[in-house]
Structures are given as C-alpha cells and as structure tokens.
Design a protein around this ligand. Structure first.
Ligand code: ZN
Length: 119
C-alpha cells in the first residue's frame, strides 16, 4: 500500500495559533493510500487537531497561495485570513483548511531547505 507521510513535530493551533507539540499519529486510509497525520493537542484551547493536506481539494492555487501569504508573510491569524479570503472570493474558507495549507507550505519549505543543503 502507498503511504504518504504528513507528520509534523509541531503545528500551530487552528483556533489560537499556539505552536503545539505532537500528541500522537493518526492513520487515515483513503483510495488505497495510507495517510499518516499528526494529532496535536492545544494546551490553551484544550482541543485536539490534526495536520495534513486537505484531501478534498475544493480551492484553487490562487486562493490557497493568498491565504498562506496572509498568515506567513503578513502574520495574520487564521481567523483573519479566513475572513480576508471570504472578502476576496465571496466564499467561506474554514480555519482548518487554511491551517493545513500553512502546514503544507511550511513542510515544503523544510523539504526545500533540506534539498538545498544536500546539493
Ligand atoms: Zn489553541
């Protein structure tokens, strides 16, 4: 079986943005692909959340890039980025969705940095 690994040691909480340590690893099997995701526990909100890509993929790259840029480069909270995205496209983007885009972006940055250091 094919396995995709989306585990992260730390991830920001989708509700308050606090960097949370991994609590456990969750396996999701979808379309004969096993996805490994991290489950994080926010000590501030006292809630669990998972990271990883949005397997449904409802939004296009432009919306995704814009939301990620708002969070990473402009330092917006996920809540504000969600509201700004709604203003821009007239469609609500859930916090968890933006959160997973940001996580994917950060993971790509790490992978790119690792490739660059190997070259
Ligand atoms: Zn939180």
């Amino acid at each position: 079986m094919k396995v995709t690994d989306h585990r992260l040691e730390r991830a920001p909480c989708p509700r308050c943005g606090l960097e949370c340590k991994r609590h456990s690893v969750k396996e999701i099997i979808k379309n004969k692909v096993k996805h490994l995701k991290s489950v994080h526990y926010c000590t501030k909100c006292l809630k669990y959340f998972t990271t990883g890509p949005n397997l449904m993929g409802k939004y296009n790259d432009a919306i995704r890039c814009r939301a990620v840029a708002l969070v990473i480069h402009e330092g917006m909270t996920l809540d504000k980025a969600s509201k700004a995205s709604k203003k821009a496209i007239g469609k609500h983007v859930p916090l968890g969705t933006i959160h997973s885009w940001v996580c994917n972006y950060r993971q790509r940055q790490v992978e790119m940095a690792m490739e660059a250091s190997n070259a």
